[in-house]
Design a protein around this ligand. Structure first.
Ligand code: FA5
Length: 338
């Protein structure tokens, strides 16, 4: 038995030395020190030893076990350190390699907005932004929109609280500016607006750009000249502009503005539904009542205003058939606008 203990300790020593990684070492440990392990088995043999040998043998067995455990501990630490080193080497990142991240692209709505803003900056307009949460006063009342106008209905407007709503157009910024500044005023207001609308050409959230000019002697012909320059700059020199009579409570007279179809040059195609014209905005001469509401004397000053849907223009410019494509953030769609 004395020899067996010695030879098992020696055998364990060899097996431990040979173990090439932590998994192998763990198996070796089970083989020697597990519940049914070779070395553990020796203890069971102790009962067959003579009573006078037992204390010495017991002591030897324990010392042998302590020795084997110590050898395991040392080897485990050794293997762990080596494996950690290998792992770090495998995960090493070469920070000097060229970066491979893909460049993003500008959203088509932002592209169109930037183009429009640039054109109007060139015409001397000042760019402003306004709140998306508005009061009934600024979104409707000051703009001469009567109490019973359908736009004020719950079906069309998102109300967010007592007298508060998500602005349905960028026109409230007309009132904010006229109440806080004196003419001459020449502003352009891009921004998000909200309506309870949802189909292929209408989205509950969309983008408008508002324009307002107030000065002495401003008339409808100034509006036409301004929009002609705008349309030619955005859609091409050949573009023609057409005014059709319309109605907005805050402008009088009011017009819908069409541009000749950029795709067919006015001959008629699927984009313009065969008419040769595409409607892009609403506009008009500022209603004198709105000037009075905002503290500007209509006997001295007059002005024009316009407001167009940026989404509609992006759809025309890029031939996008469904407005939802602009809000779904599908990278395959957005990538095309690099
Ligand atoms: C207005 O919102 C007026 N405030 C425009 C205006 C400003 C008139 C200044 C006169 C003076 P309208 O409701 O027609 O008008 O909307 C303007 C444009 O927004 C439309 O021509 C259309 O291009 C766009 N539009 C309207 N509803 C939606 C929608 N749900 N989704 C996308 N675009 C829309």
């Amino acid at each position: 038995m004395f020899d067996k203990i010695k030879s098992l300790v020696a055998k364990a020593k060899d097996s431990i030395a040979e173990a090439s990684d932590s998994n192998v070492l763990a198996d070796v440990k089970v083989r020697f020190l597990g519940r049914n392990g070779e070395y553990t088995g020796i203890l069971r043999g102790l009962k067959d030893a003579s009573p006078e040998d037992r204390p010495t043998l017991g002591k030897l067995i324990n010392e042998g076990r302590a020795q084997i455990e110590e050898m395991f501990k040392e080897k485990e630490a050794q293997l762990k350190a080596r494996e950690q080193k290998l792992k770090l080497a495998a995960e090493r990142i070469d920070v000097t390699l060229p970066a491979k991240s893909e460049l993003g692209s500008i959203h088509p709505l932002t592209l169109v907005k930037n183009q429009i803003v640039d054109i109007f900056i060139g015409l001397g307009f000042e760019v402003k932004e306004g709140p998306e949460i508005e009061t009934d006063l600024f979104n409707f009342q000051l703009l001469n929109i009567p109490e019973d106008h359908p736009a004020r209905d719950m079906q069309d407007t998102f109300y967010v609280g007592n007298n508060l709503l998500l602005r349905t157009h960028t026109s409230p910024m007309q009132a904010h500016t006229m109440k806080s500044e004196r003419p001459p005023i020449r502003i352009l207001v891009p921004g998000k607006v909200y309506r309870s609308d949802d189909d292929a050409t209408h989205s509950p959230i969309f983008n408008q750009i508002e324009g307002l000019v107030i000065d002495k002697g401003v008339s409808l012909s100034h509006l036409k000249g301004t929009l002609e320059i705008f349309a030619k700059s955005l859609f091409g020199e050949e573009t023609k502009v057409r005014f059709r009579p319309s109605y907005f409570p805050f402008t009088e007279p009011s017009v819908e503005v069409d541009v000749s179809c950029a795709m067919c040059g006015g001959k008629g195609c699927s984009l313009c539904k065969g008419t040769g014209w595409i409607e892009i905005l609403g506009a008009g001469v500022v209603n004198p009542q709105v000037l009075v509401n905002c503290g500007i004397d209509p006997e001295v000053y007059s002005g024009f205003a316009f407001g167009f849907g940026v989404d509609r223009i992006a759809m025309i410019k890029y031939g996008i058939p469904n407005i939802r494509a602009l809000y779904e953030n599908d990278v395959r769609f957005l990538k095309q606008y690099k």
